[in-house]
Design a binder for this molecule. Structure first.
Ligand code: DP6
Length: 407
């Protein structure tokens, strides 16, 4: 059998979701996805939340094709095209700038860049739950293509062109996205601030408030904010630079009090810029606001910041706390927002022990319970960046290059 007749091995990788504690909101370049301010996030553990992507090339494929969560999707999406084009360009460059097929030996070889690619991607969490699926999705796409084409080096710049926040999912732990200054975006890249092992006691509790699709997507929402919000301009220029430096320091020092306070203020200012957008955008709903109030009552009772909330472009709350606070706080959440049904599936992710909070605490923080307001809780922690999956049984595409689940 000739070398290029061999079936080509698919490549499968997984990538994480991240949650910003210094928010990215607003672009200075829509095509290259260059932000108006730097941002910083915590990469969440892939044991709980991840995207898996398989990519394979074959000379038998007649077109590039894409499947998302088992359904064929439009491969012509401009952002997807940017990432594909960029990865093929880097692959060509790596091969010493050969011809347009990316090969300068005359032998097309098994990794010929002229071959079409099939890509399948799926999340292990509901896409519509608003848990930053585009960040994990584009990070996974870029990382998988890099492995497929043998591209190494700086990849966050490519992931950024899929979705801004995706560049931060290219690293584990605590990650900053430096806004950069250049018009070509070469200096607008993500960088790890501290690895996932840096703060072992840190936990992240996600309160899934609603699995509805969000009303205004981040891309459109931030466009309107850039056009209309003076508060956003002020924030990008005068607030974020200082907060970036402070946040990095709080993380390095593992100072939860300062980290938590700044995280909450950041979230609040982001949602204030949404209200300052014209017409205004509301991402927080009544349940989100009840969670904010509960966190402040809980912290108030303890006389320190034990729990910190942050919200992205949707009503779900993402809460930070140290591991010694988890059991007690989860009990408080259960009593405040008791599950209406499937109570055995209410708590997912890392294990939580039963706790019996003091009567004093309960009477200080509980108000009338709101049954069914929270669909489920997911407990996770900081985790690593994208990884290659060696186990061939995890490939989403079969030897024929078609989704395995569809057959
Ligand atoms: C509120 O990265 O989804 O989650 O670059 O247009 O794809 P695009 O936007 P996206 O925006 C994320 C906004 C945010 C804050 C953040 O993650 O920093």
């Amino acid at each position: 059998m000739a070398e290029d007749d061999k079936p080509l091995a698919p490549v499968t990788c997984t990538a994480p979701v991240n949650i910003a504690v210094i928010k990215y909101w607003g672009k200075r370049d829509e095509d290259l996805i260059l932000p108006i301010n730097s941002s910083l996030s915590v990469t969440l553990h892939q044991d709980q939340l991840r995207t898996t992507t398989t990519a394979v090339i074959s000379r038998d494929f007649t077109e590039d094709r894409l499947w998302l969560n088992g359904k064929e999707a439009d491969v012509g999406h401009p952002r997807l095209q940017s990432c594909l084009r960029e990865m093929r360009r880097l692959a060509r460059k790596r091969r010493g700038g050969g011809d347009s097929n990316g090969d300068n030996s005359g032998d097309p070889g098994p990794l010929s860049l002229a071959y079409k690619v099939h890509i399948a991607s799926e999340n292990n969490f509901p896409t519509a739950a608003g848990l930053a699926s585009s960040a994990a999705g584009y990070a996974c796409l870029v990382y998988t293509l890099a492995r497929l084409y043998g591209v190494e080096g700086e990849l966050s710049e490519v992931a950024r062109q899929g979705s801004g926040s995706a560049c931060r999912s290219m690293f584990g732990g605590f990650v900053q996205w430096i806004m950069g200054e250049n018009a070509d975006g070469k200096d607008s890249v993500a960088q790890q601030v501290a690895p996932e092992t840096h703060w072992p006691q840190l936990r992240v509790l996600i309160l899934v408030v609603s699995a509805e699709k969000k009303l205004v997507g981040s891309t459109a929402g931030m466009q309107t904010s850039v056009q209309t919000s003076l508060l956003l301009k002020h924030r990008a220029k005068a607030v974020v630079p200082e907060r970036m430096a402070q946040m990095i320091e709080h993380i390095q020092q593992q100072d939860f009090e300062a980290f938590g306070k700044l995280t909450m203020k950041e979230s609040n200012q982001f949602h204030a810029t949404c209200l300052d957008t014209f017409p205004p955008i509301f991402y927080l709903n009544d349940v989100s606001k009840q969670v904010v109030a509960l966190v402040h009552r809980f912290n108030g009772h303890h006389g320190k910041t034990k729990v910190a909330y942050t919200f992205d472009a949707g009503p779900n709350a993402v809460l930070f706390m140290l591991e010694d606070t988890v059991d007690e706080f989860v009990e408080v959440v259960k009593r405040s927002f008791p599950p209406e049904k499937n109570s055995d599936q209410f708590l997912t992710g890392l294990p939580v022990e039963a706790a019996a909070p003091s009567e004093e605490l309960l009477s200080a923080v509980l108000t009338d319970p709101v049954p069914g307001a929270i669909q489920y809780l997911l407990l996770t922690k900081p985790g690593p960046g994208p990884v290659l999956v060696e186990d061939a049984s995890c490939h989403l595409l079969g030897a024929d290059g078609l989704p395995r689940s569809n057959r």
